[in-house]
Ligand binder design. Structure first.
Ligand SMILES: NC(=O)c1ccc[n+]([C@@H]2O[C@H](COP(=O)([O-])OP(=O)(O)OC[C@H]3O[C@@H](n4cnc5c(N)ncnc54)[C@H](O)[C@@H]3O)[C@@H](O)[C@H]2O)c1
Ligand SMILES: [Zn+2]
Ligand SMILES: [Zn+2]
Length: 398
């Protein structure tokens, strides 16, 4: 089959690799009909290089049709399913609490990581990902979300990651209708965090440097601002000078900005130049986060407010302004999204004919799988109005 593989920093290629096969009685094999590129894939593309091996199949936002189901699954050939980005058992201490990203059955204990993830480096189990013609789904007795046949893929596909991540980001702000929320970053995660907060009755402000991303959010009732000091002042002005009740950081460690970034960029470049064995500890111990968005969030949120981090941060030596966090009494929440925890809340909304979350206004590019290398570059550089790319292994260009 054809699959998108990691080959080195900023280099992916489409290669022919062996088809996956059933290895456990609770595995299923899915023929992929749609698979998206995520902001998290850009971390693999750039900073997570030391944890990748050339040839690794990437991708964790996939859906398709079951072609083979192990005897311990409840799936049948032809079922249409969405595959959550994390692999969870559904029946352990953490899964029972709705903390599927901490699943005790699939935790990658030798790396000290939480649940295994599709296509996401040795840190998360080195599981082959879904940007491919076929995907082996472990724990398919629990993970796959079976959906109906009528609606197009793009209505369901984002149940794999973007929608539950955005939903959790909003839920973790612990806010109510009428409260104010500022979303930092209007990539895919920020777009839906903003729309979900709006849908739940909050006043939503958002900051992003990219004009077409602001324009998309504005179409959905979000009050948008360019990135820079003025935007923070403007949002504070609009919230009685206090700052919003909550801030959602939907940027993560690929942030553009000034704070710390010279140092972080230096560390990041140096790690890429080191041999893998040396690079891993540098990434682990020094940390290479670019913390610009996080610092903005700490500054912007009102005293006693919530800072909900959905952007991914790595590294263990990120300097944090503890005095400010403590003095402002900021509640910080974070983590990978627990996909199945939120599916029941979201599914009726994506199936609603009136499309309350505006899922029809989201995908900017649908491209054949072969075009993945150019698509990664376009998404990273935010060229051609690119906000979300869906790859189509059947190769039909929209
Ligand atoms: N928690 C989870 O489970 C989970 C799941 C998926 C993605 N993520 C993470 O969410 C983050 C966003 O993902 P995405 O797919 O939306 O990616 P993206 O890279 O497209 O979005 C990031 C956006 O932030 C903007 N930005 C950069 N610096 C900024 C700054 N200083 N202030 C304001 N905006 C700034 C960029 O212009 C861009 O639009 C990534 O870190 C990704 O890894 C987390
Ligand atoms: Zn993703
Ligand atoms: Zn579990």
């Amino acid at each position: 089959m054809k699959a998108v593989t990691w080959q080195g920093p900023r280099k992916v290629s489409v290669e022919t690799v062996p088809d996956p096969t059933i290895q456990q009685p609770n595995d299923a094999i899915i023929e992929i009909t749609s698979t998206a590129i995520c902001g998290s894939d850009l971390h693999l593309y750039e900073v997570m290089g030391p944890f990748m091996t050339p040839g690794d199949i990437v991708g964790h936002e996939s859906m398709g049709q079951v072609v083979e189901a192990g005897p311990q699954t409840h799936l049948s050939q032809g079922d249409r399913v969405v595959v959550p980005f994390q692999i969870a058992c559904g029946d352990c201490f953490f899964c029972h609490q709705g903390l599927q990203t901490q699943c005790e059955t699939t935790q990658v204990t030798d790396q000290g990581s939480g649940a295994a993830l599709f296509g996401y480096s040795t840190l998360y189990g080195a599981v082959p990902g879904g940007q491919a013609e076929y995907l082996r789904v472990p724990h398919a007795d629990y993970g796959p979300i079976t959906v109906a046949d009528e609606l197009p893929d793009h209505r369901y596909l984002f149940l794999s990651d973007v929608l539950p991540t955005a939903w959790q980001a909003v839920a973790y702000t612990n806010r109510s209708p009428g409260d104010s929320v500022a979303v930092l970053g209007l990539g895919p995660i920020g777009q839906f965090s903003a729309r979900i907060a709006k849908h739940l009755g909050m006043t939503v402000y958002a900051i992003d440097p990219v004009p077409e991303r602001r324009a998309m959010a504005a179409r959905h009732g979000v009050l948008v601002f360019d990135h820079g000091d003025d935007s923070v002042a403007a949002i504070k002005d609009a919230t009685q000078g206090r700052g919003p009740d909550a801030v959602i950081d939907a940027v993560g460690m690929e942030a553009h900005g000034d704070n710390q970034s010279a140092l972080a960029r230096f560390a990041q470049r140096s790690v890429q130049l080191l041999p893998d064995k040396l690079g891993q500890p540098v990434m682990d111990k020094l940390g290479m986060d670019r913390l610009a968005a996080l610092y903005t969030g700490i500054d912007l949120v009102r005293r006693g407010g919530t800072l909900s981090l959905s952007g991914v941060y790595g590294g263990q030596a990120s300097p944090l302004p503890m005095l400010t966090l403590f003095d402002k009494q900021i509640q910080v929440t974070m983590g990978q999204a627990n996909v199945k925890r939120w599916v029941e809340d979201i599914l009726p909304l994506v199936e609603d004919a009136s499309d309350p979350l505006g899922v029809d206004d989201f995908v900017t590019h649908r491209l054949p799988l072969d075009e993945a290398p150019g698509a990664y570059e376009m998404f990273q550089k935010k060229e051609d109005g690119c906000i979300k790319v869906v790859l189509d292994p059947a190769g039909v260009k929209a």
